[in-house]
Write a protein that binds this ligand. Sequence first.
Ligand SMILES: C[S@@+](CC[C@H](N)C(=O)[O-])C[C@H]1O[C@@H](n2cnc3c(N)ncnc32)[C@H](O)[C@@H]1O
Length: 206
Amino acid sequence: MTSPASPASHRLDEPLPSGHRPHVMPWWLGPLLVNPLRRLTTDPKALLAPLVKLGDTALEIGPGYGFFTRFLAEAVGQDGRVVCVDVQPQMLRGLERRLDRFRLRGRVETRQCSTSDLGVEDLDASVDLVVAVNVVHEMSRPAAALAQMAGTLRSGGRLWLVEPRGHCPENVFRAELRWLEQAGLRRIEEPQRTRARRQAATFLRP
Ligand SMILES: C[S@@+](CC[C@H](N)C(=O)[O-])C[C@H]1O[C@@H](n2cnc3c(N)ncnc32)[C@H](O)[C@@H]1O
């Protein structure tokens, strides 16, 4: 199932941290993201388990080939829903093929967005969990995108932000944390153990 992005766009344009040049991971590297070796350092099930439960609505931004989506779809169960938004259609097609393989496609809606609009206004204040792993540092308008993500959360909903240390300098990650607070979210204690190679933060919509 693929829906078009909504035409409305946030106008929030914060300058990028100095020296930061966002770069979108090319779609043809998508298969690398689901290489089984990645599970040696990153266990998506263990990382997501404290954040998601049966029946939840989850929104995943920049799912790539669905390394986290598979476990999100399993965790929300048959009565739950996962919406995946990516700027590259080829990534979404790879994700859909993978979901077909695991018979999880029916629980996941895929949407192509633009770099200036995530197209999630219809989800306003309805989402239990937003997942944004290794994606925000690739965005040219991260403050606006983070505000849109925050706007989808219901009261009590959570957002999990993860960035790689290599590609996302600390000042960029700190700016992302600040933008989420400006969007009305409150940072809470990490429910999982954070590994040295990741920068991660969990936020709550009060
Ligand atoms: C490095 S990959 C990470 C994929 C996945 N989260 C994972 O950890 O396996 C970044 C993904 O974010 C997507 N992306 C980049 N800019 C985006 C934007 N402005 N909006 C939505 N997705 C974006 C890319 O197309 C790619 O699928």
